[in-house]
Design a protein around this ligand. Structure first.
Ligand SMILES: [Zn+2]
Length: 260
């Protein structure tokens, strides 16, 4: 784990990249920011978490790090030991954790409920949506960093995701008073996850709907070979993609309001 500090003193703000080793966008953003050597008004930590997975070009070595929090110093897996160390490094910090996805190019935020920190920070980030994933938080970073918002920066490995990650980090650091500059607040729609959408084995998987766009009852939203998956009720797809996860198309969500 690499920890860089901008400015002097004990940081209360942190940015975390590479919780997943196959999502390099956050690392590009951190390195680009360090290269600009920006003037800072208060200190911040910039952390590259799973360097070993990053070097190996894999999501993780032993287990998904974002299911391994809070971890333990003597845990069996590399990721659970690392999760514990990261949790210690993040103590007392407000945190932005950078991820990327197979599901959509446009950035969105994810939080463990619509808490005060999410309400304050998300409207100041360049994101299309806030996903409330409070129903699905087992082992995630929120267990160690209660004031944390995750952002999905765009398609995994894309130039666009790296660009978006840089813009997101700068907006976050401005909004937290770390680097000078103004951020404008806007309304951001909130979607609450309610169910995992399972995906059965097959030779051809397809998704026929757009993430964050309403799916009406009766719509064929996905298919596996010639078998159609039809919506029973209205929902909004989130993190839905044909090839993102082995046994899951993504999640269904409901639209529950706005922040900002
Ligand atoms: Zn990730």
């Amino acid at each position: 784990m690499r920890v860089e500090t901008l400015g002097d003193g004990e940081p209360e703000v942190a940015v975390v990249a590479a919780i997943h080793g196959d999502e390099p966008c956050g690392v590009h953003a951190v390195e680009r920011l360090l290269a600009t050597d920006p003037p800072v008004d208060r200190p911040a930590k910039l952390i590259v978490a799973n360097e070993r997975a990053l070097d190996a070009g894999v999501r993780y070595l032993d287990e998904d790090m974002n299911r391994a929090f809070p971890g333990a110093p003597e845990a069996e897996t590399h990721e659970a030991r690392l999760a514990y160390r990261l949790g210690e490094a993040l103590e007392g910090c407000r945190v932005l954790a950078l991820h990327s996805t197979q599901s959509t190019a446009e950035p969105f935020a994810v939080a463990d409920g619509v808490h005060d920190f999410a309400r304050q920070i998300v409207p100041r980030l360049p994101v299309a949506a806030l996903v409330d994933s409070a129903n699905f938080v087992e082992g995630r970073i929120f267990a160690s960093a209660p004031e944390c918002v995750e952002v999905e920066c765009g398609y995994q490995g894309s130039v666009g995701a790296a660009e978006n990650a840089y813009d997101l980090v700068r907006a976050f650091l401005k909004a937290q008073g770390v680097i000078p500059g103004h951020t404008q607040s806007r309304e951001v729609p909130v979607f609450r996850l309610f169910e995992r959408v399972p995906k059965e084995p097959g030779s051809r998987h397809e998704v026929h709907v757009e993430n964050f766009s309403r799916v009406a009852p009766g719509t064929t939203f996905a298919s596996v070979d010639d078998r159609a998956h039809v919506a029973d009720t209205e929902f909004y797809p989130v993190l839905m993609s044909a090839h993102g996860y082995d046994e899951t198309f993504g999640y269904s969500a409901e639209r529950v309001g706005v922040v900002g």
